[in-house]
Design a protein around this ligand. Sequence first.
Ligand SMILES: [Zn+2]
Length: 496
Amino acid sequence: MKRSLLTYAMQLCLFTTVACSNVNAQYDGATDVPSRFREGFQSITEKDSKSLLTVLAGADFAGRGTGQQGFMKAAQWFSERLAERGFQPAGEDGSWFQFLPFNRTEIGVESTKLSIGETTVLSGNDFGVENYFGNFNGQLPVTFARVTKKRPELEDGAFSGRLLVVRSATRINANDVLIVKGRPACVLIVDRDSRVRSQSVSQLERTPGAVPLAKLGVTMANKLATASEISGEFFTEKNPEKNQLMTSSSEVDVHLTVEHESIDVPNVVGWYPGSVESLRHEHVCIGAHLDHLGLQQGSVYPGAEDNGSGSTSILQIANAIHTNAQKPQRSVLLMAFCAEERGLLGSKHYAANPLRPLKDMVCMLNIDMIGRNEESDKEPASENENTIHLVGSKKISNQLHELTITANKHVNFVFEYDQESVYNRSDHASFAKKGVPITFLFGGFTPHYHKPTDTLEGINFSKIANCARLDYLTLMLAAEHGHFEKNADDDAKAGQ
Ligand SMILES: [Zn+2]
C-alpha cells in the first residue's frame, strides 16, 4: 500500500511542481490563488514582462534620464499603457501628469571644444557642467595648477587673460581667491572622471558665477597637459603637498557653450476607481520609479533592472486589475515617479503635494530593482533565483506585513530581511515619512548597479512576473482590508 500511496504522493507533488515549474508560474510550494483573484493573477506572464521591459530599456527611451527626452517619451508611453489597462488620468488638470519644476544646465556639445592650432584636443563630451551657463570663446595662454587647501599667494589679476586649469584638494567655487583675485578669463576645474556630468538637472535655484567655468575629468585634463607640453600625469595625484603652478607656452582656442533652462518633469499618475462607492475615496497606492540615469558623458545607462523591472511589474498589476472580473473594493492610485535617482524627488513632491488626501491612502506598495538575482562576492546569483527582500513592511503596520505574508503563500518567494539599510533609499520612504504603511520589494544589489551594463542581458523575467503577482494579491487584499492598524510603539518613528 505504502508504495502505491507513495506513487500517488509523488504524482501529486509532480503535478504541483510541474504546475509550479512551468514558465508562467509561481515558485515551488505555492498554493492555489483564491478564485476571486485568479483571472487577474493568471493574466501576469513572463512573456508580457519581457515585451514591456524590452521597450522600457530600449534605445528610444535612452535610459529615461530625468530632464532628458528619453524620460519624457517613457512617461508618455507609460500613460498610454495605463489608458489601455482601464486606468483614468489622475494628474493635474485631468492629465496623467503631476509636474515638478527643474533647472537643466547642459554643455552645448556641438559648439564646445578646445583646440591647439588645428588640433582639437577636447570635444564637447569631454566637458562637464559647473556653476556657470553662457557662451565663451577665446584664444588664451594656459596656467595649469594643483592647489592645496592653503591657496597660493597671488598677485592681483595673476591669471587675467588666461585659461586656468586647476585641480584642488578642496572645492572651488566662484568666490575662490583663485578666481576673485586671480581673475582668469576662463576656468576648467579638474575632478575625478566619474564626477564629470555634461548635464545637471536639479531643483536648486543657483546663481551662476560670472567667470566662465566648466569641469574636466583627470583623464582629459592630463590629455590637455600633454598637448601643452606639461607632464601627462600633472593632475593624477589627488592631494599634492604644495601648490604647483605651471604656465604653458602654447595658446588654446576655447569655445564653451553651457545652456540653461527651466523644465517641468512629470510623475505619471493613474486612478482605478474601487467597486464599492462608499469606499471609493480610500485608495491603495502602488508605485515604482520610471527614471534612471539616462545619457551621461555619451554613454546610455539603460536601467533594465533599475527600475525598468519595477515599472514593468506595476503595468502588469494594472493589467491584472483590469482583466479580473472582481475589481478592487477600494480605489487604486498607480504612480510612476520621476527623479528617484535625484533623491526621491518625484515621490517627495507627491507626498508634499498629494492629489488626494494622504489620510485616505491605505498603504503604499513600492517596487524597485526586482529584475536580477542578488549577487555579490559572498553570494552567487544562482542562490537567489526565488528570493526577494521585503523591506520596511513591519515598520509602521505589522498588519500589512502579515497580509503580505498571506499573499505570498500563492507565489512563495523566499523573503529576505537583511536589507533594511535601503529603507530610506527608494520612493516608499517619502510616504512612510507621512505615516503611511508601506512595503518595499527589492531584489538586492548586483555588479550591474548604476552601470551601462544594466541591459536586458541576464534579466530574470520570472522574478518580475512573480513580484507583480505578489503585489497584485497584496493590493487586492489591502483594498478589501482598508486602513491598517499602526504599530503602537515608536517603531514607526524609528524608521523615519
Ligand atoms: Zn532604483
